[in-house]
Design a protein around this ligand. Structure first.
Ligand code: COA
Length: 324
């Protein structure tokens, strides 16, 4: 029987803004402290844009991933960017990336699934590849969250960072082994930011732009129950046990969430690489940036089983089990 095509990651790249902001830097402009932030979240610093843009960082991350994969931009037939902070409403960040890379043969579009954006992007690409609709794709997760957080709300603004991560994906007989995904829109307002208010002069509206607001405790409860269940589902689909997984590359929201997931799965924390200490929560960017860090450090060998999981705004969650 002919093997069904799946998708293998053959190159990764990332790009972080130059400007590094520590918890101590934040404590100079708001009533917070390194002790409060690091003890509750594990975050010590984050990169925040000055001049960099979501598309600019995406293009740079994409170039690095293509270079590692040995793939030319013209070979790409699909570009998917997970982001909720594109520089424009239109064109999409993915179309800006297509232009910036010169990927003239690619179809390009964005996915807005907040912190699940990269995973939903990878799953979409995998579906296109399995259906024979594309062969070589670029998946990116990128954010400039510092533009949409409320800098007067110390309980949320300290958590987030900016950056972009990318993966080149190619049709292969081995790669994505199992997927799980889901959404719970009824709980969407636990992590929400209004886009634009009505600017129609014939209609009276409150013109104040609103920024991201979060019920941290509800989001925490959602994450620690949904993520282990989603991981268990992909393990069951693949007939694997938690200890068969070399690394759990999870969305970097909070160290306590990662510790809770590790405990539920009975897996030691050294299987959970961490970037949130120096990057904070980069929403759709977290998973691909961490994957690139792990890859660049030479921690991955061919055949390794890796689980990647994203979760957050929507509410949404998505998990992929891949073979490297
Ligand atoms: N510095 C100092 N104090 C702060 C603070 C800050 N940056 N932010 C909030 N506080 C204060 C609050 O005002 C509150 O003070 P009060 O008791 O006098 O009212 C106190 O700290 C506790 O606030 P609370 O919101 O109850 O803290 P918490 O223990 O729930 O921790 C989070 C807050 C955000 C760290 C935690 O809820 C969390 O990590 N949730 C998950 C959020 C997440 O990861 N979201 C992204 C998912 S994609």
């Amino acid at each position: 029987m002919e093997n069904r095509l799946t998708s293998r990651i053959i190159g990764t790249g990332s790009c972080l803004p130059e400007n590094v902001v520590t918890n101590d830097d934040l404590s100079k402009i708001m009533d917070t402290s390194d002790e409060w932030i690091s003890s509750r979240t594990g975050i010590r610093k984050r990169h925040l844009v000055k001049e960099e843009t979501t598309a600019g960082m995406s293009i740079e991350a994409g170039k690095r991933a293509l270079q590692q994969a040995g793939v030319s931009p013209e070979e790409l037939d699909l570009i998917v960017v997970g982001t909720l902070t594109g520089d424009y409403i239109t064109p999409s960040t993915a179309c800006e990336v297509q232009a910036g890379l010169g990927a003239i043969n690619a179809t390009a579009f964005d996915i807005n699934a907040a912190c699940s954006g990269f995973i939903f992007g990878l799953q979409t690409v995998n579906a296109y590849i399995s259906a024979g609709m594309c062969k070589t794709a670029l998946v990116i997760g990128a954010e400039t969250l510092s533009k949409i957080v409320d800098w007067n709300d110390r309980s949320t603004c300290v958590l987030f960072g900016d950056g972009a991560g990318a993966a080149v994906v190619k049709a292969d007989t081995m790669g994505v082994l199992a997927c799980d995904h889901g959404s719970d829109g009824a709980k969407g307002m636990y992590l929400a930011g209004l886009n634009r208010t009505n600017n129609n002069p014939l209609i009276q509206t409150d013109k104040a732009l609103q920024y991201v607001q979060m019920d941290g405790q509800e989001v925490y409860k959602f994450a620690v129950s949904t993520v282990p269940a989603s991981i268990q589902k992909v393990l069951d689909q693949a007939g694997l046990a938690p200890e068969d997984i070399k690394y759990y590359v999870l969305h970097q929201a909070n160290l306590r969430i990662l510790q809770s997931v590790a405990k539920r799965l009975k897996v030691p924390m050294d299987r959970f690489p961490i970037s949130l200490d120096h990057c904070g929560n980069i929403s759709a960017g977290s998973v691909p940036i961490l994957l690139d860090e792990v890859n660049q450090k030479g921690m991955l060998q061919k055949g390794d089983k890796i689980i990647m999981s994203g979760f957050g705004g929507g509410l949404t969650w998505g998990t992929c089990l891949i073979e490297w």
